[in-house]
Design a protein around this ligand. Structure first.
Ligand code: ZN
Length: 275
């Protein structure tokens, strides 16, 4: 199943993608749906239909309890950077106000000229989980989506902690839809980021050092994972900050973030007005 959150008449509603239609499910977003224990049968139900090509995507989950991101998680990228493979995942968080829909504008903050892209596989939690084993982790994953962990590098690197460069308002595309685990390809999926048609990142999610199951198990030892929580699994090589010369996003550029089988986020960058 493919599930999305769309904007309709000033509200949001969760939908199921059904061929060329989107079927309204009567709840405000995919996160609200996942918080219902019987979400799979509710999501299979019927409701008002809308044409797929008319959809205005909201962030897939509009109000997650947590968005947890992982740094340094693609084997090739870590080795090419001359680092050793990490023993533990690097974790940081984003606030929900950073999330945007699959076709919304990425706001380039007025205070920075160093905004970068990070194509990532996002895991969406479908059941409450605490101290879950790696073997049981697939059972609490609702499915997968595309996320771009847009990063403001000068702010990120001001201190050892990255938070301030990772959670700028209206910066992080999440969508276009959740592909449920049973229909998601994996673990090998092509992941890519293009800027104005130029391929910047191209890798395979099979190259992750810490798999979705490993991350779910690890994080669930720290905190209870709730339905609708998002875990973003890290980005492969090819970010603008690591290029020579360095390259950053500019007003009017289009960022396309895609993962095989999961669709794409296509976002135009807009410089924030400082007045
Ligand atoms: Zn990232």
């Amino acid at each position: 199943m493919k599930l999305a959150t769309v904007r309709v008449d000033g509200r949001t509603v969760a939908v199921r993608i059904d061929g060329n239609d989107a079927v309204e499910l009567g709840v405000p977003d995919v996160g609200s749906l996942l918080r219902m224990p019987s979400w799979r049968s509710l999501a299979a139900g019927d409701g008002p239909r809308r044409p797929l090509d008319s959809l205005d995507y909201a962030p897939l989950v509009t109000n997650p309890d947590k968005v947890i991101c992982v740094g340094l998680n693609y084997r090739n990228h870590i080795l090419e950077m001359g680092r050793e493979l990490p023993e533990h995942p690097t974790l940081f968080a984003k606030f929900r106000s950073s999330l945007i829909g699959a076709n919304d504008e990425i706001v380039l903050p007025a205070v920075s000229a160093r905004v970068d892209w990070e194509a990532e596989l996002a895991v969406v939690i479908g059941a409450r989980a605490r101290h879950v084993s790696e073997a049981d982790a697939p059972g609490v994953i609702a499915g997968y989506a595309v996320l771009n962990d847009i990063s403001v590098r000068d702010y990120q690197n001001r201190t050892l902690q990255w938070l301030q460069g990772k959670t700028f308002e209206h910066s992080t595309p999440l969508g276009p839809w959740l592909v449920t685990s049973d229909e998601s390809p994996g673990p090998s999926r092509a992941i890519r980021c293009e800027v104005d048609g130029e391929i910047m990142q191209e890798a395979d999610t099979a190259d992750l050092v810490f798999s979705p199951s490993t991350l779910v198990a690890y994080i669930s030892r720290i905190v209870t994972l709730e339905p609708g929580d998002v875990i973003s699994t890290g980005t492969p090589g090819g970010v603008g900050h690591a290029r020579n010369p360095q390259r950053y996003l500019a007003d009017g550029e289009t960022v396309v973030t895609s993962i095989e089988g999961l669709g794409e986020c296509r976002n135009v960058c807009r410089k924030e007005r400082s007045d």
